[in-house]
Design a protein around this ligand. Structure first.
Ligand SMILES: [Zn+2]
Length: 455
């Protein structure tokens, strides 16, 4: 018994990141509110961007069986359909793969200022925050994001694991999720901060110190359901008046690094040893440099990355997940609250984005939704990426194919082709001509189940 148990647990850990939850994983079916997919469905698309070829194809039928795509073919109106086939007419729409946002916080409801953040941790119970989190998950799905990587709960413990569980069980509507649980930072680096030493306050992360202490924290988070480990590798950003010799380009956005390189290496080693990946909040010079050096898998934000570190990222295959919209969203509020560097950072991050594009770094689509209000559609990020130099086809690819690869889910999602899960969205117009149409997704299907439009 004991041995069998260990083998099963190991199998679960190995598949955790790449798993593809679907209807078959429902274990508490009595409580399921989300319907099972119909057996046979045909979607008639006016145009299809399948994620494999560059140009949209006109008049395409997508044939589904249950949760999966079985055939993609030119529309044939006289084709025999098996009895009971549900037909969804999107002949005046462009169909595309379900969008993927690899940086969200369903348990956070906007935090421009420290007060916004502290209120959520001090005055809202984790239970209340979880209720709001289920709403955020539903909003993400209805915006067209059929898969998200939720990058930490900001003090709400392991509630993301439970939201993911409820989505997979069909209890609530929501996207496929990979979750990071509590995230890691060192003592004194992450809010809540600024309270009297004799007043115990909650933290937005799990605090760990020293290589062995952090290794243990990684083990704990994986034990309780983390698919990803997230670390905060820098804080306290400033334009460096005395930049380190040889670092280009200028000006250098610098920081106080949180973890030592030794600590970061231990975290990465432990996570990778258990077949899990590591995301690093790294905004400025030291944070990015130490993260890439330590072998982290994804750089989040990356507002300033030196030319040398861009080269290192290409060599190591490190992904960059820029978050341009949230930077602009919080800049003014944080400047008013006494940190004008956030206004400078808007310019610096746009410049870094252009350099990363030019250098050929792998760029995935993430938004930091939750860092801004969930009533704002995170797809606003697309327009900024195009504004700062990405062509629309690349921007879309970053939220489909590239994001699926980052998640290790490319066998199941990211393109529309036979054998993949039926995660399909549709819009009026052509996103390759006007990327902002992605802010108006009006049909959403996840795993063969329609969640918006098309009924
Ligand atoms: Zn974030």
């Amino acid at each position: 018994m004991r041995r069998a148990g260990i083998v099963l647990l190991l199998a679960a850990a190995v598949t955790a990141v790449g798993q593809t939850p679907g209807a078959s994983e429902r274990t508490i079916g009595d409580f399921a509110n989300v319907p099972e997919p119909p057996t046979n469905t045909l979607i008639r698309c006016g145009a299809l961007i399948d994620g494999r070829t560059e140009q949209p194809r006109k008049n395409i039928d997508i044939v589904l069986k249950g949760t999966k795509i079985v055939e993609v073919r030119p529309a044939a109106y006289d084709q025999l359909m098996s009895a009971g086939t549900k037909v969804i007419d999107l002949s005046n729409r462009t169909c595309l793969p379900g969008l993927i946002d690899v940086h969200t916080h369903v348990l956070l409801q906007g935090d421009i200022t420290a007060e916004d953040y502290d209120r959520q941790l001090l005055k809202w119970s984790p239970e209340y925050r979880t209720i709001l989190g289920t709403q955020s998950a539903r909003k993400a799905l209805e915006y067209g994001f059929t898969t998200i990587r939720d990058l930490e709960t900001e003090g709400a413990g392991y509630a993301d694991v439970d939201i993911k569980k409820a989505v997979n069980a069909g209890v609530i509507p929501g996207p496929r999720m990979q979750v990071a649980t509590r995230s890691l930072d060192v003592t004194g680096a992450y809010p809540l901060l600024g309270y009297a030493p004799n007043v115990p306050v909650p933290h937005g992360v799990q605090v760990c110190d020293g290589a062995e202490g952090c290794r243990k924290a990684v083990r704990e988070q994986i034990m309780y359901g983390a698919d990803w480990i997230k670390v905060y590798s820098d804080r306290s950003y400033y334009i460096d008046p005395n930049p380190p010799a040889g670092v280009a380009p200028l000006p250098v956005l610098n920081d106080i690094p949180t973890f030592t390189l030794d600590e970061l290496r231990a975290i990465v080693d432990e996570a990778h040893r258990q077949r899990h990946k590591v995301a690093s909040h790294a905004t400025a010079y030291n944070g990015v440099h130490n993260s890439v050096e330590a072998g982290i898998d994804t750089i989040e934000h990356g507002d300033y990355i030196s030319d040398a570190d861009l080269t290192l990222m290409i060599q190591k295959g490190t992904y960059l997940v820029p978050t341009l919209y949230v930077g602009e969203y919080v800049a003014e509020g944080r400047a008013k609250a006494g940190a004008p560097v956030w206004l400078e950072m808007v310019k610096i991050s746009a410049d870094t984005f252009r350099r990363a594009l030019k250098a050929g770094v792998k760029i995935a689509f993430g938004t930091d939704a939750g860092g801004f209000d969930w009533n704002i559609n995170p797809a606003v990020e697309f327009a900024l990426r195009v504004k700062y130099g990405q062509i629309p086809a690349e921007a879309l690819r970053s939220a489909t194919v590239t994001a699926s690869e980052l998640l290790g889910m490319q066998k199941d999602i990211g393109t529309i082709e036979a054998g993949k899960l039926a995660d399909i969205v549709a819009v009026k117009g052509n996103p390759l001509e006007d990327i902002t149409v992605l802010e108006h997704v009006d049909f959403v299907m996840k795993g063969g189940v329609v969640f918006k439009g098309g009924r």
